[in-house]
Design a protein around this ligand. Sequence first.
Ligand SMILES: [Mg+2]
Length: 263
Amino acid sequence: MYYLFSHLDRIKDIIKNKPLFLLLDYDGTLTPIRKTPHAAIIHSEAKSILRAILKNENIKLAIISGRSLKDIKKIVGIKKICYFGNHGFEFEDASGKRTTFVPLYYKKIMAGIKSILKKKIYSIKGVLLEDKGFTLSLHYRLVKANDVRKVNDILFWLFKEKRLKKNIQINYGKKVFEIKPRFAWNKGKAAAYLLKRSKKERGFMPIYIGDDITDEDAFCALKSKGITVCVGKNKGSHARYYLNDTGEVLKFLKIILGVKRGQ
Ligand SMILES: [Mg+2]
């Protein structure tokens, strides 16, 4: 894994003459992670960079988030971007056309798990259960250190329950457990789908930037096709490059824009 700004000249050379497809995670990538998901509001500077990128005909843009599609669209607040919600399970293209990549019956399964979890977690202070339709997020950032074990125990129980286990998978994110349908779809497959979607988009080189475990699927899928960037130096990451924080991500996005504008 290399520090991206130490290889900037090479990267500039690579991207100079190619149309680009920018695929960006949101939380921890475009905005710092906050105590609660509602507090992670997009900075006006990030928003104006995204708007400028959208206007450039040599760059396509997609946001791929673990949030629900409705939530990520609302919090970014820019029209005519491709949005993936729920770790790629839900998709809306730039014209507003929606596709779902997971069978609808999973919504009912997840609703059942939600009601079980609600009863189990209600006595733990600070835990936040976020219902995103197709997936559930159990945030424990605000849980006291002594109580984190209780959250772990609940998840462990959930995963061992035979009738539930066959339908769900659990990912461990940054102070969050992501409970998802056991279905072969992830951010990597979502990114690959997007790149193959139309003949015209096949020539676009992907640049994927993300910070968390769910982004690793995309790093693996795109490593040989484009530029993969992990936010935070994570030795185990499959990304080729890393940046230190969200501020450096914005700096890199500005550089990309400058290169494509011929500056
Ligand atoms: Mg993230």
